[in-house]
Design a protein around this ligand. Structure first.
Ligand code: HEC
Length: 268
């Protein structure tokens, strides 16, 4: 048999016209849309862009000193509401008419009324602000205040420092576990939260104002909580930390009534 005897009609059927049209149009339409978007995004024009999501780029806020049709006096900037009190400043003697001008209450240390700088005790590197011992006059320390401090402490400090202040809260436990399991691939270290019952945080070493300042601004690797916790709440935490510290001393426990038989009445 010769090669020419074999029927070699191997041509495959051409695709139907309908399929060809759909494919051509299907490729053409997105290409047109894509080119139109590309063109619109790259063309220079004095006209503002189309804004599909109408967010605050197109805010109608009134600019400084602008007029406004909203108010009958036509002014955009509104005068102070009656009774507005300005924030205190520290270049003049404390003015009780000013908001937050009581430095002991709002900062926890003494500020020089002339310079506005903290008054420092000690020399050079080791100088610290003159921190308040005791509590400012805006709070009164009683059982309710302490209970409030406990609640605030357990909300804001317990996750790291633990309920007992020893520095072994759930966040610390979890971080320690992760470091144990994964090593330290990113090279960042976990700094253990301080043990708040340590002697160096006792009242004589670390005055209440210092504690308040640490809660407000943080210290070392600990972030500040001034923006999350109110001023009085921070002082309540200070009071509660003192209670924890007192409770951690064995001599303090001796003075606390016990109920060993559990009948709800103190034994002595
Ligand atoms: C997210 C974890 C975390 C929370 C929440 C936290 N701390 Fe800390 N705290 C730390 C760490 C970590 C340190 C140690 C910082 C260092 O040594 O760099 C520390 C240190 C401290 C110190 C010692 C500061 C010093 O001068 O050495 C005090 C006091 C303290 N914390 C009090 C508090 C109180 C009160 C709260 C609650 C308002 C609180 N912390 C909430 C993690 C935390």
């Amino acid at each position: 048999m010769k090669l020419s005897d074999i029927d070699l009609d191997l041509r495959l059927p051409a695709p139907p016209l309908l399929l060809v049209s759909v494919l051509v149009i299907g490729a053409f339409v997105p290409a047109t849309i894509a080119s139109a978007i590309w063109y619109k995004r790259n063309k220079m024009t004095a006209e503002p862009r189309y804004h599909i999501f109408q967010d605050m780029d197109a805010s109608i806020a009134v600019g400084a000193q602008e007029d406004s049709v909203v108010f009958s006096d036509g002014r955009g900037a509104r005068p102070y509401a009656p009774g507005t009190v300005a924030w205190g400043r520290h270049t003049a003697a404390p003015d009780p008419g000013m908001l937050k001008d009581d430095d002991l209450a709002y900062r926890g240390f003494v500020v020089d009324p002339e310079t506005g700088e903290p008054v420092r005790v000690g020399e050079g590197e080791t100088a610290t602000p003159e921190f308040l011992g005791g509590f400012p006059t805006i709070v009164s320390v009683n059982l309710r205040f302490l209970e409030h401090g406990q609640e605030q402490f357990n909300t804001f400090c317990m996750p790291c420092h633990g309920r007992d202040g020893l520095g072994e809260g759930p966040v610390h436990d979890r971080a320690t576990l992760l470091v144990e399991q994964n090593g330290n691939p990113t090279g960042t270290a976990w700094t253990a939260p301080a043990n708040l019952t340590d002697n160096k945080f006792a009242e004589g070493e670390y005055p209440n104002g210092h504690l308040f300042n640490t809660i407000t601004h943080g210290a070392g690797n600990m972030a500040g909580y001034g923006s999350q916790i109110g001023v009085a709440d921070r002082w309540a935490i200070v009071a509660y930390v003192r209670a924890i510290q007192a409770g951690s001393r064995s001599d303090a426990v001796a003075g606390v009534p016990h109920d060993h038989d559990g009948d709800g009445v103190a034994d002595h």
